[in-house]
Write a protein of this length. Structure first.
Length: 395
C-alpha cells in the first residue's frame, strides 16, 4: 500500500538512506518508545510490559493522539500522520477521498482499494498540481462517437456507389448536367419559367425516341442537351430497314405533341398564360422537327417513303434561314450545312435493300402520319400564338 505524509524539512531522512529513521526502534534493537511505530514482525517482538515510571505514554485521543476508534491491527486502516503537531489530531488529518488508490507497480496505473476501505488522496502522476485523470467514461464516449461516424460513412458509401452506378449506366448525370446548363442559358432570354417549359418540351420529345428505340430491342444513350440546338440521342445499334427507323423518328414528335397539348389544356383549365407559352413553344418545336431534311425527325420519317422529300426539306429550311436571319438564322444555317451529307447519302443509297425493302403500305402510312402531324401542329401553333398575343395585349 502506498502511504504519503508531510514531513518538516529538518526531519526528512538523509539523501540516499535506505531506511526511514522515524520507522525504526531505539538504538540497540530494543522496543520502541512509541507503540504505533514498531518494527515489522521479522524484528524482535515488542514488550507487553507497561513503560517505566516517567516514560512518556502513548498520545491520547484529542491530545495530539490518534482519533478515537483507530485500530492499529487493521491492515486496511492508514496510520496516523507522524510526528503529530500541537492541536487536535482530527483537524490535522485530511478528509480522504471516496476511493483509495494504490501506488503504481511495474508501470501499472492506480488501483482502487477494496470496498469499504478508507480513502487516500489521489495518486500523483507527476504531471503537475491540479492534474485530473480524464474519466474512463469520456474515452468510451469518444470511441462510440467515432464508431458511429465511421458506420454512417460506410452506409453512405454502400448506398452511394449504387446510385453512381445507376447514374453512369443510364446517363442521368450527363443529361441532368447538360439540362441545367441549357436551362441557365435559355433563362437569359425567356426567364426561368419560360426556359423551364422549353427544356421540358425538349426532354419529353427526346424521351419519345428513347422509348421507341428500346421497344424495338435496341440501345440508345440518354438525351444530351445542346444549348440553342435542342438535344440529341445516339443509337448504339441501328434498325435493319428504313421503316423501323421512321418509326423511331416519328415517336419524338408524337411525344412532344402530346406534351404541348397537355400544356394547352392546362391553360384552358387555369387561364395561366405560362402554360399557354409552354404549349406554343412545344407546338413550334415539334413542327420544326418535322422538316424532312438531314438529321431532323422529318428527314428520317419520310426517308422511308421517297428520297425526293429531302429536296423539299432543303427548300423549307433555306426559306427559314432567310425569314429568321436576324434571330435564328445562324443556327438554322448550321443545321442546313450539317444536313447536306445526310441528303446526299439518301440519294446515293436509294437502291439498297435498307430502303427498297419497305412495303408500299409502310411508305403511305409514314407519309400520312407525317402530314397529319404537320397539319395539327401548324393549326395548334397558330392558335396558341394568337391567344398569347391577346394575353400580352391585355397585360
Amino acid at each position: 500500500m502506498y502511504m504519503s505524509w508531510s514531513e518538516p524539512p529538518d526531519r526528512r531522512p538523509p539523501s540516499g538512506s535506505g531506511e526511514n529513521p522515524y520507522l525504526q526502534g531505539p538504538p540497540g534493537g530494543g522496543p520502541s518508545d512509541n507503540p504505533y511505530l514498531q518494527r515489522p514482525p521479522s524484528g524482535p517482538p515488542a514488550s507487553n510490559e507497561p513503560p517505566p515510571p516517567g516514560a512518556p505514554g502513548p498520545p491520547q485521543p484529542g491530545n495530539g493522539g490518534p482519533p478515537a476508534g483507530w485500530n492499529s491491527a487493521d491492515p486496511n486502516q492508514p496510520p496516523p500522520s507522524w510526528p503529530p503537531t500541537a492541536g487536535n489530531w482530527q483537524a490535522e488529518q485530511a478528509t480522504p477521498p471516496a476511493t483509495l488508490q494504490a501506488p503504481r507497480q511495474n508501470g501499472a496505473g492506480a488501483q482502487p482499494a477494496s470496498p469499504g476501505a478508507p480513502g487516500w488522496p489521489p495518486y500523483s502522476s507527476g504531471r503537475g498540481p491540479g492534474y485530473d485523470r480524464p474519466p474512463a467514461g469520456s474515452r468510451t464516449q469518444r470511441r462510440g462517437l467515432l464508431g458511429g461516424l465511421l458506420t454512417l460513412l460506410a452506409a453512405i458509401w454502400a448506398v452511394g456507389k449504387y446510385v453512381l452506378l445507376f447514374v453512369g449506366k443510364f446517363g442521368i448525370l450527363k443529361t441532368g448536367l447538360t439540362l441545367l446548363i441549357s436551362l441557365g442559358l435559355y433563362a437569359v432570354f425567356f426567364g426561368f419559367w419560360g426556359a423551364l417549359g422549353l427544356v421540358l418540351m425538349i426532354l419529353l420529345h427526346e424521351l419519345g425516341h428513347v422509348v421507341e428505340i428500346r421497344r424495338q430491342g435496341m440501345k440508345a444513350t440518354a438525351p444530351l442537351f445542346i444549348p440553342f440546338m435542342g438535344a440529341a440521342i445516339f443509337q448504339r445499334s441501328h434498325p435493319t430497314d428504313a421503316l423501323k427507323q421512321a418509326q423511331i423518328g416519328i415517336a419524338g414528335p408524337l411525344a412532344g405533341t402530346v406534351a404541348a397539348t397537355a400544356a394547352f389544356v392546362l391553360f384552358g383549365l387555369t387561364h395561366n398564360s405560362l402554360f399557354l407559352f409552354w404549349a406554343w413553344i412545344g407546338f413550334y418545336l415539334n413542327l420544326f422537327n418535322l422538316i424532312p431534311f438531314g438529321m431532323l425527325d422529318g428527314g428520317w420519317i419520310l426517308a422511308a417513303a421517297s428520297k425526293w422529300f429531302q429536296l423539299l426539306g432543303l427548300a423549307a429550311l433555306a426559306l427559314a434561314v432567310l425569314f429568321f436571319h436576324l434571330t435564328f438564322g445562324p443556327l438554322l444555317l448550321i443545321l442546313l450545312i450539317f444536313g447536306i451529307p445526310t441528303m446526299i447519302a439518301r440519294f446515293r443509297n436509294d437502291a439498297l435493300p435498307y430502303y427498297q425493302s419497305v412495303p408500299t403500305a409502310g411508305k403511305v402510312g409514314m407519309g400520312l402520319a407525317w402530314l397529319v402531324l404537320v397539319g395539327y401542329l401548324g393549326y395548334a401553333s397558330m392558335q396558341a400564338y394568337n391567344l398569347l398575343t391577346a394575353q400580352t395585349a391585355l397585360g
